[in-house]
Design a protein around this ligand. Structure first.
Ligand code: TRH
Length: 356
């Protein structure tokens, strides 16, 4: 089938990240013909840049305006149109669909959530005055919902440890063999300085890999170097491609992630992590985090459960780090559980069945 994915970048990288991951799964694993129309092509290209050229060549990455041409070629209406995160389709594109002989199916791809209410809303029609069929599609963890974007499923960390991506060689050459490795990709507002100070009071070495732009969060780039204890080494890494970032997650002992794509990647990496969930004004993110923790911690001991909840809500590491080994074991078990639950191929495969 032919798919058009519409991606409007609200802020950050998540919108492009999700669209790219979905497009590559549909094309390279399921043999679909996919185009992405995006209002910020450079960001999309950046995320997709590290991938095997054969995979990239299978997906057309196009500017938003390129979709207008469809108005002149209604015959070329695709089979499926995806509105990522409810973005509005361009009027001129929609006009082309109105006069197309065969109407596509429109999918409103929603934000990921672990909340149980999505089970009731997933797959429901969203009737439109123009009559083209449109449905809500909710990604999620439960069997009844739209699944998770799994591809490419990362290999276990030790298998890929030698394949250091070019962009990361310099940072990797600074890593200390006796240090725990932590990656940080979070939103402004996280109590990072206090968190690192607390880590610094522990009797262990930590190498901290700061994602692009995060040195600024610590004022490092402003020539106001913060002083940290010697057991902490801060290393900034550049913005790398999506595959390379996935690799970083699999090579660390602990990750701080955010948004929804890096959140799933941290789980597939099989490592303990803090999910710095996208903060919303009405505090809806707290409900979302609690819903995820209910699933994630279902089979853990009460002690580990309390420690992980503390860590995820930014309690200081000294209060939970003694559970890191147990958490590492849990993270691996959770990875296996996720892959088992999504053995049907996850989001891309479920979406194909849904529209098929
Ligand atoms: O960038 P984000 O904060 O995106 C967010 C979320 O999607 C959020 O739900 C949404 O409401 C908001 O955007 C508008 O976090 P996320 O989802 O983890 O996406 C980051 C993407 O960037 C992910 O695909 C990984 C990728 N990435 C790289 O490719 N290279 C890098 O160096 C880094 C740090 C990330």
């Amino acid at each position: 089938m032919r798919w058009d994915i519409f991606c409007q970048i609200v802020d950050n990288y998540g919108d492009a990240g999700i669209c790219w991951r979905l497009a590559r799964s549909l094309s390279s694993i399921h043999g679909q013909e996919v185009r992405i129309f995006c209002d910020d092509l450079p960001t999309l290209n950046l995320l997709a840049s590290g991938v095997d050229p054969a995979i990239k060549a299978r997906v057309e990455l196009l500017p938003w305006e390129a979709s207008y041409a469809n108005a002149r070629h209604p015959v070329q209406a695709p089979d499926v149109v995806i509105e990522a995160f409810g973005c509005d389709l361009p009027e001129r594109y929609l006009a082309g669909l109105f006069i197309a002989a065969e109407k596509p199916i429109i999918i409103n791809l929603e934000y990921l959530s672990a909340e149980p209410w999505i089970m009731e809303f997933h797959g429901k029609p969203s009737p439109q005055s123009h009559g083209i069929p449109k449905y809500f599609y909710f990604p999620g963890f439960q069997d009844e919902v739209g699944g998770l974007l799994l591809d490419p499923i990362p290999l276990a960390g030790e298998l890929t440890a030698q394949n250091i991506p070019e962009d990361l060689k310099s940072a990797w050459s600074m890593l200390r063999p006796n240090a725990k490795r932590v990656s940080i990709f979070c939103y402004p507002g996280a109590p990072l300085k206090k968190w690192l100070d607390d880590l610094g009071a522990l009797d262990e070495n930590f190498d901290i890999l700061l994602a692009h732009g995060h040195a600024e969060l610590l004022d490092l780039a402003l020539d106001k170097p913060i002083s940290l204890p010697e057991n902490i080494q801060l290393l900034s890494i550049p913005f790398v491609s999506q595959d390379e970032y996935d690799w970083v997650l699999s090579q660390c002992d602990f990750n701080i992630v955010r948004g929804e794509d890096s959140f799933i990647r941290a789980q597939l990496a099989g490592k303990p992590f803090i999910w710095h969930i996208y903060p919303q004004e009405d505090r809806a993110h707290e409900v979302k985090l609690a819903a995820f923790l209910d699933l994630y911690l279902e089979n853990t001991s009460q002690e580990l459960r309390l420690k992980i909840i503390a860590a995820m809500t930014w309690d200081m590491p000294s209060n939970w780090i003694d559970s890191l080994d147990a958490w590492s074991g849990h993270a691996l078990a959770w990875r296996s559980h996720l892959l088992e639950k999504q053995h049907d191929g996850g989001l891309a495969a479920r979406l194909l069945r849904f529209v098929g």
